[in-house]
Design a protein around this ligand. Sequence first.
Ligand SMILES: [Zn+2]
Length: 301
Amino acid sequence: MVDAGISYGGYFSEIVEKASREGYTIHYYGLGSYNDQECSFVRLASQKQPAIILSAGFHGDEVAGPLTFVEHFKEIADYALQKDVGLCIYPCVNPSGFDRRTRYNAANESPNNDFLRYLLANGNLTDDLGELNEFLAFYWSSDRDLQIKLPLETRLLHEDLKRLPLSKISGIVDLHQDTFRQDVGSYAYIFNRKEEYLAIAQRVDKIVPLLRNTRISSGYNIRVDSQGSILTGDSVSNRGLLSDDAGFIYRHDGTLQDILYRLGAQYAVTVETTGETDITKAMQVNLLWVKGVIDLVAKQK
Ligand SMILES: [Zn+2]
């Protein structure tokens, strides 16, 4: 297995090599620099026009997602090819966070996963509808009229997404880890289509137990210190959402999955395994979701 402590530089070389070997095109969509180091932002695209976006690494300390792509690239590429589904992969969207193993980027900027704003009936804008699904309109958070200052990672990703045929994207799987919980488990954020996802969740449950009917407060109102370490205790709110009987949470919170769902992607999933989960098993869970969504999109064609 790839060294879990790998630097972004090492990661980048490996993922580019593996993707090239499978005939994927390497698109560089930007360059960041920190600590006198430069890091390239990369998107990997299959020869076939993409129908699914796979992404990972929004939160730099959640390495199981990016490592899943290095560890299982051939398996994922072969599976998609066999099902005749094109992939577009953003393997590690927050390189400086990955390098430092911190949730946020090297500038400690938090909204790495900030994609849209909802206009509410009362005239306010919000990025999080919680469990509700009521709004008048939505906008990209990078919309100039909103004048929101976004981190480099997010800005570059917005620009790059707009180069893709977004109306042809049917699925998105974004890989995360919940580094707040002290137990072993898995859950997923979805918006709808629970019946279609149930078979995948059941497969996951055999590897890592589903966190069913569980209050999930992880990732809410996070604060970090100047080194990027997460402050816990009073600083973390108890607010949270309850997972359902299959470990699903429904939440429109302005993420990449959320905006793609608004733009028409039928299958939009955020996969979570806890940080206490063995990383090999976490990667197997990620793989089950990636393959499961490829199956769903292939079936729909
Ligand atoms: Zn995360």
